[in-house]
Design a protein around this ligand. Sequence first.
Ligand code: ADP
Length: 472
Amino acid sequence: MEIIHVSAECYPVAKAGGLGDVVGALPKYQTELGHIAKVVMPMYRTKFLYENEWELVHQGDQRLGAHFFHYNVIKERNNKLGFDLYLLDIHGLLDREKIYGYDDDTERFLAFQIAFCDWLTKWQHKPNVLHCHDHHTALIPFMIKYCYEFSLSLAAVPTVFTIHNAEYQGWIGWDRSYLIPPFDNWKGGLLEWNKTINPLASAVKCAWKVTTVSPSYMDELKWNANGLEDLFNYEMGKSVGILNGIDADVWDPLKDSFIHKNYDERLVKEGKKKNKKELCGQFNLDPDKPLISFIGRLVGEKAADVLPDAIRNSIYQHEGNANFLVLGSGDPYVEERLDDMKSQLGGYFNTHIGYHEGLSHQLYAGSDFLLMPSRVEPCGLNQMYALRYGTVPMVRSTGGLKDTVKDFGDWQGYGIRFNHANVQDITHSVGRAIDLYYNKKDLYNWMRSYMMQIDHSWDYSAAEYIKVYESL
Ligand code: ADP
């Protein structure tokens, strides 16, 4: 089977979050299962671009509204990622340093999707499945069916759309509908939700199958989908939740080149101790106390706004018996509050504001607990990385966190779960973590080596996706 993944991110080419991790791993595992999986993404000016060799495979011209643009498609020469990787270059629009965050993101990703469809019309042999990821590629299922210049050759290509996060829907006002290539006006309703063009909703309507990244999140979308609840209820029949896996080659404490001391489940105690010592030295924290870390985007979805108060309260209430470390970036107000706390709570708390891939690996390896109080968590990869690195996840019971973490109070549980993203629940969970660390050492050690052996690799889920494709 030949599958084309279309995405805005793919690790290690460009990553801003879980989407990048998934698109960097899933095609690799599908290739290992004997299929041909390819990835097409925008060409940004990232390190990966300059460090690898490329060949030009296609050039074309297209239109975005009244503007004509030229695009190039380049292919990585040496199969570095274990699958064919294509970058689509539109000079002046896509070739920037960051993935997102520009005023013209709508135009950028629309042009990317138009150029991709245009390129695909030129292929003599069409793929068996087009797999689009998140709202940046969500207009493709509509465009290949109803835009006149693509539909003739592409309407029959089956499409799968995966929702990594339904909070971001890519809304475009109808006043800018002229940016979409001419389409069958009778089908205009398939673009719309709540009086605006909603790419995510459009993909849910137009794709042959819809998937999300965990079964619980699929269920949650029926009553909590940022305005799309009715649509998800209506389209449940063609929707399925498949839990993400982790790339066991990239996230392996025994081979990880970012961390100070490699270890596996047999050496977890010594290995983590050494990594923790380095980390605590770097951030002026006490290595003898339990280290509780947070890694992620500092946004409301992750409940980052409650972090400052919850950390401060936990330190006071538990008399400084735990240390805290935060790695993340996002809401400037939260960033500023965390930064201010550094001087007030020095020795108990520290933070690195920004995105730092290597440091994130060091935190997974060197921390004792990983805190994830998320309000919304479609799947969450961090807790699975934590498990693989023997770091006890402390999670709010939601979405994928519910599907992957069992509370240690339950039979063979290996994590800490709580119900509310608020100061009280977090403080209480910190108390349980401290108790586990100091008073239940045998259980704590058993949990660490047990959780490291849980198989969260892509083997199972990659095959589940193949079943979805085959059902088309
Ligand atoms: P989301 O995609 O919603 O941000 P996920 O849990 O699915 O959340 O994936 C987050 C990914 O991004 C993980 O690989 C995590 O380690 C990484 N990550 C998030 N913030 C940072 C950061 N500031 N520095 C390094 N890695 C980060």
